[in-house]
Design a protein around this ligand. Structure first.
Ligand SMILES: Cc1cc2nc3c(=O)[nH]c(=O)nc-3n(C[C@H](O)[C@H](O)[C@H](O)COP(=O)(O)OP(=O)(O)OC[C@H]3O[C@@H](n4cnc5c(N)ncnc54)[C@H](O)[C@@H]3O)c2cc1C
Length: 419
């Protein structure tokens, strides 16, 4: 069936930018809430987001009550959205955003302007590429992020190398090992600069089970070779330089939100999360735009992003029904503590009502043991003992904070325990 035209009456009620788990969940929830025309704009040939090329489990427990491989999970999310009446337009890249829900969309047939009453912005995250990691050495073939490796292996059936090193130990690095094993690729080492692995147990057991040596406290210095990778130089925990022979490098993790549209457009961005500044409903600095999923902050699982998308869809529906307060006053939530990476949402719109995010999401930049404190000009409002590690979610129930009713600023900081 041909894709429906995007312009002309009736005007689109909600345009969803990005057809990953969060965008599809938001769109489905909007239709279930009775919203008229909901269109997902997805730049790839198929919707489904990152799981489309994660040919391994585990996806779908929260959404479908069973463990699925990524492509099956993605296809189920698409089918559910279509059944609910969502229009999914693929090969539709949103190339610009403008105030009031006006989008510039690149389609195979050319550029069009699109107007929507509300926009749900759900473009996910990307792994940090080589150039931004300041890795020395040769510019050679065979260096890629996990996402690119997965598209080659699962979508194109290619084997880009046979003996790569994997850099990083976030959860996604274990996806890289699974992808390699699927393609008959044998990683020669997993290299982590920190003294311990980043992902939670039991993921930490996986490299050993898969026979991949894990080198913690080890830093990648240079990539060698030409025209293809022939090895890497690393510095170990003792500072000594050593060479590892390999024919590829997988740069995993170090996610940043895919927020180019906000950066090039008019939405306020938070340097902590790298995503748009939002209030407790995911509403951006332009109230026609709502953000959800991993775009809000790096990085959560597909199930978490899906659940956020669903809630956001309901909040957008509430807003269309005039049930969210106009964004006039707000409490600002912020941190200048270098041990805290971010606090999200960054604003609590006033007056507060029953709906909206129940928790603040925070992360630390390094291992910390101490007290997390919320302060305003009158002093400490709230405190809680924490033992936190980087890239691990920290949640603070908003109800616990006893936030003041009026506008103002709440700062978050950590008071560390001394040994
Ligand atoms: C390699 C890898 C392996 C992973 N493995 C697992 C796992 O095993 N289990 C798990 O639970 N989670 C896993 N995750 C995490 C999971 O994939 C994400 O949490 C989830 O996909 C986030 O959903 P999202 O909708 O926020 O973003 P995404 O899935 O990234 O979707 C965003 C969508 O927006 C589209 N888009 C971006 N910009 C534009 C634009 N300008 N115009 C139109 N469309 C646009 C993209 O093409 C994409 O389809 C993995 C992630 C990666 C990178």
């Amino acid at each position: 069936m041909a894709d429906p035209p995007l312009t002309g009456a009736p005007r689109i009620d909600v345009a969803v930018i990005g057809g990953g788990p969060a965008g599809l969940a938001a769109a489905t929830a909007l239709k279930e809430a009775g919203i008229g025309r909901v269109v997902v704009l997805e730049r790839e040939p198929q919707a489904g987001g990152i799981p489309r090329h994660c040919g391994h489990p585990p996806f779908g427990m929260r959404e479908f009550g069973r463990i699925l491989r990524g492509p099956v999970y993605a296809a189920r999310l698409v089918a559910r959205a279509e059944r609910a009446g969502v229009e999914i337009r693929t090969l539709a890249t949103v190339a610009g955003i403008r105030p009031g829900g006006h989008l510039l969309v690149a389609l195979p047939e050319g550029l069009i302007d699109l107007a929507a009453r509300r926009v749900t912005y759900a473009t996910g995250v990307r792994e940090t590429p080589r150039a931004a990691r300041l890795i020395g050495g040769a510019r050679v073939q065979g260096v890629m992020n996990t996402g690119a490796l997965q598209s080659m292996v699962y979508l194109k059936g290619r084997r880009p190398f046979r003996r790569p090193v994997i850099i990083g130990s976030e959860l996604v690095a274990f996806s890289a090992i699974m992808t390699c094993r699927h393609a008959g690729i044998r990683p020669v080492a997993m290299i982590e600069a920190a003294p311990r692995i980043t992902a939670r147990w039991p993921a930490a057991l996986y490299p050993r089970l898969a026979g991949v040596p894990l080198l913690t406290g080890t830093r990648l210095l240079e990539i060698r070779g030409g025209p293809r990778v022939t090895g890497v130089s690393v510095a170990g925990p003792d500072g000594q330089k050593r060479e590892i022979a390999c024919d590829g490098v997988v740069l995993s993790g170090q996610f940043t939100p895919e927020a180019s549209l906000a950066r090039l457009g008019h939405l306020a961005l938070d340097p902590g999360t790298g995503g748009p500044v939002v209030d407790q409903w995911g509403r951006c600095s332009d109230p026609s735009y709502f953000a959800t999923g991993n775009l809000l902050r790096p990085v959560e699982t597909a199930g978490w992003s899906w659940a956020e998308g669903r809630r956001c869809g309901r909040w957008v529906a509430e807003d269309l029904a005039g049930r969210l307060p106009a964004p006039s006053g707000a409490l600002k939530l912020e941190t200048s503590d270098p041990r805290l990476k971010y606090v999200m949402p960054q604003r609590i719109a006033l007056p507060r009502s029953g709906s909206g995010m129940g928790d603040l999401q925070l992360r630390v930049t390094r291992p910390v043991r101490g007290e997390l404190c919320a302060l305003n000009e009158s002093g400490i409002l709230w405190r809680r003992k924490i033992h936190a590690l980087p890239e691990r979610r920290m949640l603070v129930p908003l109800a616990d904070l006893a936030l003041p009713g009026g506008a103002g600023t709440i700062r978050f900081e950590i008071r560390e325990e001394t040994a």
